[in-house]
Structure formats: structure tokens, C-alpha cells
Design a protein around this ligand. Structure first.
Ligand SMILES: Cc1ncc(COP(=O)(O)O)c(C=O)c1O
Length: 396
């Protein structure tokens, strides 16, 4: 019998709140209770749902067995829009905006108390001017360039930016931070340690200039798993909170360095339903470009998800989904909104069957790492690109 999708959207994401809490607890165990734990929830919480994930990460303290040790304290987002959505949802912990904020957005960001990243003297001037205009104190984190050559500035500019902010009388320099370029992609961590050294030198130079940020932070998930010397007063935890390892190299390094074992539990399951099952005669083609030809009489299930929903076109003739606990291979090209999968050997497969695109069903699972390997990318991209419009449903 056809069972309807439970949502208006044809695919949805179930997020295991207990897994999120567990993962937060694992990172908390590593860093202890005296440091701040910032949960990075940018990009719709790496596809897991911005507010749903934020609440889970922050509510972890409700677990009575953990004496309040298992929660995140801060949230990190990329832009003002994400920060505003958190506040609009009643989430009132400190939020660090790690990307840029336009001049148009600065007054709102300052009034709502969001922490602003200052990666350049230009931004320092813009923030100082906006804070003076709004009459509200802006709170900032200076971003130090240490070798990633993304956002950030060398210590001489950081000192200048700090002076501009201080001279305005309207801005607090609460934090200083940096981000590692080469900590996930290698088991040789000399580059990361070079960056750490540069960061420490820059902090020293800022202090000598009378600028003393109380929150220094550098550590992402991989650094937190591997190197306590990167913790400072706060760590920024992204991929690990979602139960995914930053990379295979991080796992190898953790073992090589004899680090405290950490148990990460993937939290996300991406689901859809079969919308049609049909017979395909031997010799017939399936999908655009006729890239798949049936070698026997086959049964094909049609699923309402495609590359416009974040199911990468690279999965054409490559990936598989789970139906009735069995693997069904993607046959032919991934379309914009549809895929076709081979259910010839799943004889009971029927319209309405629940399908797992990513995650566990029965005894089998499709991991973000597996999907990433199929198309030469990283697990981060697989989860972050899942259709933001698909409902995120917290389970547990
Ligand atoms: C500035 C910054 N900090 C922290 C993170 C979190 O990194 P990870 O997901 O590897 O923990 C990111 C992620 O891209 C980032 O851009």
C-alpha cells in the first residue's frame, strides 16, 4: 500500500539529537569544563538544521548524568542572516559571525550583540564607525593571518586594527583567533604548528600593544582531537559534533599520537520515498544521455530527489540508496529532481517505501565518507549541500 511522505517536501532529514549530544560530550570531555565550546552551526549546521542543531548542542546540559559538562556555550555562524535566525528562535547564547557583515547589516549585528570578526583594518574602521553611529558597544574578535591566507591579518595590521577599535571608544576586543590550513589533510602537522607559533607571536605582539583579548581560539575539530596546545580559552567544533571525522588522516594521526580515543556518532539520516516502480525491458535505456542500459528485465524505482536537492550528479551510475534494508544502485544520470534506482532484486519494493539516501536502514548504512569518496570530495560537502528546504526533524 502506498504510504504518503510525512512532509510536504519529498525528502527530509532526520537528526539524532542524542548523537549530537553525545558528540558534544566527547569534545567537552577532551577540553574540560573551564574552556568555552563553540558549536559551528554555519551552513544550516552542516546540513543538519540550524536551530534544531543549535538547541541540541546547547541543551546537552539537561542530561542529568553529566552535571552540566556536556553542552556547548557559544555558536559560530558565517553571516548575519544565520545569527539573526538563531536569535529570532529565542537562542540567546553568544554568537560569533565568522564571515563578513555588510555596512547595511552592521547596525543590526551590533544591536543584537553578535560577535563580529575583524579580519582587516578596513573592517575595524567600518565596525568602529557603525558602533559610534548606533551608540551601542560592538564586540569583536580579531582574525589573525597565520598561513591559511583566507580571512585574517598579520600582527602589525592586527595591532593597527586593535588601535582603531579601541580609539573609537565604542568597541570591545573580546577575542582573537585563527584557523588552520593543513590539519585535516595530512599526518604531518609541521605546518599547523608553524601557524600555532605565528598565532602565539601575534597574541604576544597584541598584548605588548595593550590589546588583551580574553578569548583566544584556534582549534577546529581535528585540532581539538589531536592537539591540546591549540585549545586556548575556546575551541570551535564543527564536523566532529555531527559525528563525522574531519578526515582519514585525522583518525590515523589520533592513533599515531596516542590521543584520547573519541567516539563520534553520525547524527544525520537523509530520507525520501519511492514515487513509482516500473518494469524496464532488457535492452532499454534509463535516464538522460542513455548512459545506463538494462542488461536484463529490470525493475526501477523512481525517487524524487536530484542534484537541485544536493544529490550530486556525480552519483550517476555510482551511488546506491537503501530500500527495505537492501542496496539499490543509482541507474542512469541523476536528474535535477529525480533519480532512478535498481530494485530488480528487491521484489517487494513499492511506491511509498521509505528510502535512505544517506544514513542507516536496517543492517546497512551509507556514510557521508562513502558518498564523498565516490565523487572526490569531503564529507563536509556531502552534508552541507543537502537541500536547505528539506525539513529537519529531531529524533530522540
Ligand atoms: C573559522 C572556522 N572555524 C571552525 C570551523 C570548524 O571546522 P571543523 O568543521 O573542521 O571542526 C570552520 C569550518 O569550516 C571554520 O571555517
Amino acid at each position: 500500500m502506498y504510504s504518503e511522505s510525512p512532509y510536504r517536501k519529498l525528502s527530509w532529514v532526520e537528526v539524532d539529537a542524542a548523537a549530537l549530544r553525545h558528540n558534544v560530550g566527547e569534545f567537552r570531555r577532551l577540553i574540560g569544563s573551564n574552556r568555552k565550546l563553540l558549536a559551528v552551526v554555519k551552513s544550516n549546521a552542516y546540513g543538519h538544521g540550524l536551530c534544531e542543531t543549535a538547541r541540541s548542542a546547547l541543551a546537552a546540559a539537561a542530561d542529568p548524568s553529566s552535571a552540566g559538562l556536556r553542552r556547548a556555550d557559544w555558536l559560530g555562524v558565517f553571516d548575519l542572516d544565520e545569527a539573526a535566525r538563531l536569535r529570532d528562535a529565542g537562542i540567546d547564547v553568544p554568537v560569533l559571525i565568522m564571515g563578513d557583515v555588510s555596512d547595511k547589516g552592521l547596525p543590526e549585528a551590533i544591536e543584537r550583540g553578535f560577535r563580529l570578526t575583524v579580519p582587516s583594518c578596513d573592517m575595524a574602521r567600518r565596525v568602529a564607525a557603525a558602533a559610534t553611529r548606533t551608540g551601542r558597544r560592538a564586540v569583536t574578535h580579531i582574525k589573525i593571518e597565520t598561513g591559511t591566507n583566507r580571512q585574517g591579518m598579520a600582527s602589525v595590521d592586527a595591532i593597527e586594527a586593535g588601535r582603531v577599535l579601541r580609539a573609537s571608544g565604542a568597541v570591545e576586543v573580546e577575542g582573537a583567533y585563527t584557523h588552520f590550513a593543513n590539519i585535516e589533510d595530512t599526518t604531518d602537522h609541521s605546518y599547523a604548528f608553524g601557524q600555532l607559533g605565528t598565532f602565539n607571536e601575534a597574541i604576544g605582539a597584541l598584548e605588548r600593544a595593550g590589546i588583551r583579548p580574553s578569548l583566544r581560539h584556534a582549534s577546529c575539530s581535528a585540532a581539538t582531537i589531536l592537539f591540546p596546545e591549540t585549545y586556548f580559552e575556546m575551541v570551535r567544533m564543527g564536523i566532529g559534533m555531527y559525528g563525522l571525522w574531519p578526515s582519514r588522516e585525522t583518525r590515523v594521526s589520533a592513533a599515531q599520537e596516542g590521543r584520547t580515543p573519541i567516539d563520534l556518532r553520525p547524527a544525520l539520516t537523509w530520507k525520501t520515498r519511492v514515487i513509482q516502480v516500473k518494469d524496464v525491458a532488457a535492452g532499454s535505456f534509463v535516464g538522460y544521455g542513455c548512459t545506463f542500459r538494462a542488461t536484463r528485465k529490470m525493475k526501477i524505482a523512481v525517487l524524487p530527489v536530484g542534484y537541485a536537492n544536493g544529490y550530486d550528479r556525480g552519483f550517476s551510475n555510482t551511488a546506491y540508496v537503501l530500500i527495505r534494508g537492501r542496496r539499490a544502485a543509482v541507474t542512469g544520470r541523476v536528474c535535477m529532481n529525480l533519480i532512478m534506482v535498481d530494485v530488480t532484486d528487491i521484489p517487494d519494493a513499492a511506491a511509498g517505501d521509505e528510502v535512505v539516501l544517506l544514513g542507516r536502514q536496517g543492517d546497512d548504512a551509507i556514510t557521508a565518507d562513502q558518498l564523498a569518496a565516490m565523487i572526490g570530495t569531503i564529507n563536509y560537502e556531502i552534508v552541507a549541500r543537502i537541500d536547505p528546504a528539506a525539513p529537519r526533524v529531531l529524533i530522540g
